[in-house]
Design a protein around this ligand. Structure first.
Ligand code: GDP
Ligand code: IMO
Ligand code: MG
Length: 438
């Protein structure tokens, strides 16, 4: 059994897409289990870039089963566009199949409208959401008024649920947000066309996963966002609306925790964040700008500039705890090349004045407290050699190896892989997680 969960250890955009694509080589089934098209996962193969928002990052390979799991929120228009863009490239390959859970929830036009109207109305405390309707869709799911993929497939039920929802949403849109209402007929007609388009892909994906597990297939669970955007464990309220920790892979895919053999945490060699919220190691100086430019830190979904800062090991260690991470994939280490010194944050200093100061090694729950935290840094030597062509650990300079070792020491977790560039092959594999399990 080699069923592996892959999650982000920071605030998203750690390079999950690249690593899932790489590991898909060894997997049979690849499952997205939460989130929606707020995600933007970038794959670079033969110098060709693919950005996936909904479809699992195994889709470029042949002989794979790609699943959009029950825990996701799916905008059918975006999904169809993504399917069509791949079709233009003759993808997926003939033996790769795509499946959509019929219990996943739909993102509706009013979700997108409410998401953006709410952000626009806020004078302060804007979350900086991706504006894709993720929060409002999950709200409806939890309030039990959501519309699911199985409803989409039944026109009568869909229209009934749509009618009920529209009554409430239009009240909110017009009376509270001062917006135009949404139109029932327009939505009903569009969704009816999309239903026919998506029908062949829809079904019970938990059963599909169970069959795959029984047949001894290898399953990869592809997380979206990152641990510190988790609705329960992140920097609330500056989080997304789903659970991004490994535990939710089981719930969101419909598989028991006893079927999981390993959890890989993707960790970028520095920290980035898109959207608002506290960021202890944020750099607003030249180094931060260098990381942003060299790392091409622009959001894959919204194109926004990502905020950049030093690697925050307080966050990463917390992610190891929250998800039971068994191995780390360290990405974008090449972006650090050329820096004289590299800092990593090992603790947070809280409190004013020396006597009342306290150093903690966890992320406090209260964002006001996080906002007051000052980073405690450890300084490591940098390197100047180009490492993008390194393919084995011995080819990395001593200082880069020390950086990797330090991450292992602080997290008490092995680094399985080091990514030295965006391309699939620009990778130093130290330990193969599938072979470790087999
Ligand atoms: P995800 O959301 O976690 O899948 O990450 P994104 O795709 O949003 O952002 C990661 C970005 O970094 C993408 O543009 C990748 O192509 C790129 N990338 C991934 N790994 C590396 C790496 O090791 N080095 C460099 N320079 N870029 C990388
Ligand atoms: P991937 O999978 C980075 C952030 C948004 C915002 C907050 C809430 O590519 O790593 P939402 O639209 O989810 O309600 O926005 O979460 N966010 C992400 N940041 N990577 C992502 O996904 C993100 N998905 C959401 O920027 O701060
Ligand atoms: Mg991304």
């Amino acid at each position: 059994m080699a069923n592996i969960i892959i999650i982000g250890t920071q605030w998203g955009d750690e390079g999950k897409g690249k690593i899932v694509d790489l590991y898909s080589h060894e997997a049979d089934v690849i499952v997205r289990f939460q989130g929606g098209n707020n995600a933007g996962h970038t794959l670079v193969t033969n110098n060709e870039k693919t950005i996936l928002h909904l479809i699992p990052s195994g889709i470029l390979h042949d002989h794979k089963t790609c699943i959009l799991g029950s825990g996701m929120v799916i905008n059918p228009e975006v999904l169809i566009e993504e399917i069509e863009r791949l079709a233009e490239r003759n993808l997926p390959h003939p033996n790769t199949t795509l499946h959509i859970s019929d219990s996943a929830h739909l993102i509706m036009p009013y979700h997108v409208r409410i998401d953006n109207a709410r952000e626009a109305k806020m004078r302060s405390g804007k979350i900086g959401t991706t504006g894709r309707g993720i929060g409002p869709a999950y709200e409806d799911k939890v309030s039990r008024t959501g519309i699911r993929i199985c409803d989409l497939l039944n026109e009568e039920i869909f229209n009934q649920k749509l009618k009920n929802n529209i009554e409430e949403k239009n009240h909110l849109l017009t009376n509270y947000f001062g917006e135009e209402p949404v139109d029932f007929d327009e939505i009903s007609n569009k969704y009816s066309v999309w239903a026919d388009r998506l029908r062949p892909y829809c079904g019970n994906t938990s059963i599909l996963i169970e069959r795959s597990v029984k047949a001894g297939k290898h399953i990869l669970f592809e997380g979206a966002q990152g641990t510190h955007l988790d609705i329960d464990h992140g920097t609330y309220p500056f989080v997304t609306s789903s659970s991004t920790v490994a535990g939710n892979a089981c719930s969101g895919a419909g598989v028991g925790p006893t079927q999981i053999s390993a959890v890989i945490g993707i960790c970028k060699a520095y920290t980035t964040r898109v959207g608002s919220g506290p960021f202890v190691t944020e750099l607003s100086d030249e180094t931060g700008q260098k990381l942003q430019e060299k790392g091409k830190e622009f959001g894959s979904t919204t194109g926004r500039k990502r905020r950049c800062g030093w690697l925050d090991m307080v966050m990463v260690r917390q992610s190891v705890r929250l998800s039971g991470i068994t191995g780390i994939a360290l990405t974008k280490i090449d972006v650090l090349t050329g820096l004289d010194k590299i800092k990593i944050c090992t603790g947070y200093r809280i409190g004013k004045g020396k006597d009342r100061e306290e150093i903690v090694d966890y992320v406090p729950s209260d964002i006001k407290v996080i906002g007051q935290c000052k980073p405690v840094y450890e300084e490591l030597p940098g390197w100047s050699e180009d490492i993008s062509t390194a393919r084995s650990i011995d080819e990395l300079p001593q200082a880069a190896r020390r950086f990797i070792e330090r991450i292992e020491e602080i997290t008490d977790t092995k680094v399985l892989l080091v990514s030295v560039g965006p391309g699939r092959n620009e990778t130093v594999v130290i330990r193969n997680p599938f072979r470790l399990i087999k």
